[in-house]
Design a protein around this ligand. Structure first.
Ligand code: MG
Ligand code: ZN
Length: 220
C-alpha cells in the first residue's frame, strides 16, 4: 500500500513540474512534442529526416533522452540544431524535472518547435507528463503488431501514432488493419500516419501534421 502512495506522490510532483514546463513553452511560443516508442522503432531516424526538411524554415530544438550514451544527440547535432542529451543512467523514462533542467541550455525565445525523444520504452513514459502539447507514439512493422494490445496506456495518452518501416510490409508479419483497429479501440481520437523514414513514403503526411500544428499553435 505504501508503495502505491509513494508512486502517487512522485506523479503528483511530476505533474506540477510539467505544468511549469507547459507555461514556459507557452510564454516562449514553443510547440513541444514528446516522441515515444520501443527501442529501435526509428525515433532518431524520424528526427533526422524531419530536420533535413524543416530545419531551414522552423527553429527546432531537440532533447534526447537515453539510458546511456549520447549517440543519438551526436546524430542530431550534425544538423546544426541545438540539442541537449539527457542520460538517465538506467532510468527508463524522462521526467518533467529533467526536461526543465535541460531547458536551461536552450535560447528559448528563438525556438518554435521542441522535439523530445523519450527513452525507448512503451510503459512508464505514458504516466510522465513533460509539459508537451502532444505525445506521439511510434511503432514499426518489424516489432510485431501487438503493441497497442500490450501497451494500451501509451496509445490512450497519445494524439498521434506513427507506423514506421512500411517499406518492409512485404517481408514481415504485421497486420496493419489489426494494429489500426486495436489502437482506435483504445483511443478513437488517435490520428494515424503510416510512413517509411527510409524510403520517404508517407513522410509528407507527417510533415503536414507538424506544420499544421505549428501554425495553429503559434498564432495566439
Ligand atoms: Mg533514439
Ligand atoms: Zn520508467
Amino acid at each position: 500500500m505504501s508503495i502505491v502512495t509513494v508512486e502517487r506522490k512522485i506523479l503528483k510532483k511530476n505533474d506540477e513540474l510539467a505544468a511549469e514546463n507547459r507555461q514556459i513553452f507557452k510564454e516562449n511560443g514553443i510547440f513541444t512534442v514528446n516522441l515515444l516508442s520501443s527501442p529501435g522503432s526509428g525515433k532518431t531516424t524520424l528526427l533526422e529526416k524531419t530536420l533535413e526538411i524543416l530545419n531551414h524554415t522552423v527553429n527546432i530544438g531537440v532533447v534526447e533522452g537515453d539510458v546511456q550514451t549520447d549517440n543519438d544527440a551526436q546524430r542530431i547535432a550534425r544538423y546544426d540544431v541545438p540539442v541537449v542529451q539527457i542520460v538517465t543512467n538506467g532510468g527508463c523514462h524522462l521526467e518533467a524535472k529533467l526536461v526543465q533542467n535541460a531547458l536551461e541550455n536552450f535560447t528559448l525565445s528563438s525556438l518554435d518547435l521542441l522535439i523530445i525523444e523519450n527513452v525507448g520504452n512503451l510503459v512508464c513514459p505514458a504516466s510522465y507528463d513533460l509539459g508537451e502539447a502532444h505525445k506521439i507514439v511510434m511503432v514499426s512493422t518489424t516489432e510485431g503488431d501487438d503493441k497497442p494490445a500490450k501497451y494500451p496506456a501509451m496509445f490512450r495518452v497519445s494524439d498521434l501514432m506513427i507506423i514506421n518501416k512500411i517499406d518492409l510490409l512485404d517481408y514481415v508479419d504485421f497486420a496493419m488493419q489489426k494494429v489500426r483497429k486495436h489502437a482506435l479501440t483504445i483511443n478513437p481520437n488517435l490520428h494515424i500516419i503510416e510512413l517509411s523514414c527510409k524510403s520517404g513514403q508517407g513522410f509528407d503526411a507527417w510533415i503536414d501534421w507538424i506544420k499544421g500544428k505549428l501554425s495553429s499553435y503559434t498564432i495566439k
